[in-house]
Write a protein that binds this ligand. Sequence first.
Ligand SMILES: *[C@@H]1O[C@H](CO)[C@@H](O)[C@H](O)[C@H]1NC(C)=O
Ligand SMILES: *[C@@H]1O[C@H](CO)[C@@H](O)[C@H](O)[C@H]1NC(C)=O
Ligand SMILES: *[C@@H]1O[C@H](CO)[C@@H](O)[C@H](O)[C@H]1NC(C)=O
Ligand SMILES: *[C@@H]1O[C@H](CO)[C@@H](O)[C@H](O)[C@H]1NC(C)=O
Length: 313
Amino acid sequence: MRLQLLSLALALSQATHALKIGAALHVFEHTPLAYAAKHFYKGKTPANVTAGYVGLLANDTSFDLAANAETQGLKIYANNRNIRLIYIIVEVPYRLVANKASGIKELKDLKGKRVGTFPATSAQVFVHNLLSDAGLKDGDYTEVPGYYHCMKEPCAANTFPERFRRGEMDAFGLWEASVELGIRALGEENVVVFQNKSSYREVYSLYSTKEKLEDPVIREDILEYVRALRRAQQVYTYYPELVYEFAAKTMSMDEPIVEAVWNDHEWLSGGWEPELLGFLREEDAYLARKDNRTKIPERDLRRFLDESILEEL
Ligand SMILES: *[C@@H]1O[C@H](CO)[C@@H](O)[C@H](O)[C@H]1NC(C)=O
Ligand SMILES: *[C@@H]1O[C@H](CO)[C@@H](O)[C@H](O)[C@H]1NC(C)=O
Ligand SMILES: *[C@@H]1O[C@H](CO)[C@@H](O)[C@H](O)[C@H]1NC(C)=O
Ligand SMILES: *[C@@H]1O[C@H](CO)[C@@H](O)[C@H](O)[C@H]1NC(C)=O
């Protein structure tokens, strides 16, 4: 009797459960999630990539997984210690584009200039790291806040790169395809582009929660989904010509722009080196200052990085 009830309960939970994956659907980095769900995932329940972000994992148990840059991961983990970073989807050394007409040849020329970025995002951390490594303090340049990116021309007036084209800033740093469109807006010969992976790369990651990872039924599907994701990353890396069209359609982008920004994305990520801990420690110290909070203690930072799924793959 108990066994029958248990299997009934299990059958019901499987019938109603779909593996729900939250991501910002307007961000290029999320496309392997959709590709994996469509072509490779063979879990017991369907996988559904839907609008969401890592913050939803904390309290909305309908979400099993979510994808975001390490920046949002840290910001949410600071107040929600059940979040776990379980896998890296893609690493992106962001780019910063500057107008030569503003007298910029090197990074240190950005002193006293107006630099666009999106507040409280990975792009702001990127600009901070890149410029501080070049010897500039946050107060040495004027940050121009933005909130709207662009994936396809014509770009709306309130977006980066349109505001850059209009001269509201001398440079901006952001995720793609805005920077690529910014370069094209002014013309390649009129801009200088900076990128330094050892100063900053976005670590766009897959998150879950302690509770979800401890649920054997859900964990099984998470494992299967991560395996599918790894196959998607292999296609993205070794056979990109097979996915340009898919990525362009998913993002409503022009295919030549997809191709142009492809190699700024290191699609074959997954696990991490011990170095990631130090990278996150430094970023958390910066975010803690910005958010007026205390830093995440070292032992909790270690707990945030959960390699158990990677080990089981
Ligand atoms: C996927 O999510 C969308 C939006 O939340 C929903 O309309 C759809 O029914 C879901 N599909 C599955 C298979 O759960
Ligand atoms: C989740 O709920 C807790 C308790 O109400 C709250 O402190 C926390 O900020 C919530 N997390 C998010 C990301 O909304
Ligand atoms: C990149 O940044 C590192 C410091 O993070 C610095 O040592 C290196 O010189 C920079 N590379 C370039 C090409 O500027
Ligand atoms: C942090 O504190 C400063 C100074 O009191 C304030 O200007 C800023 O808005 C605060 N930031 C946040 C994210 O609360």
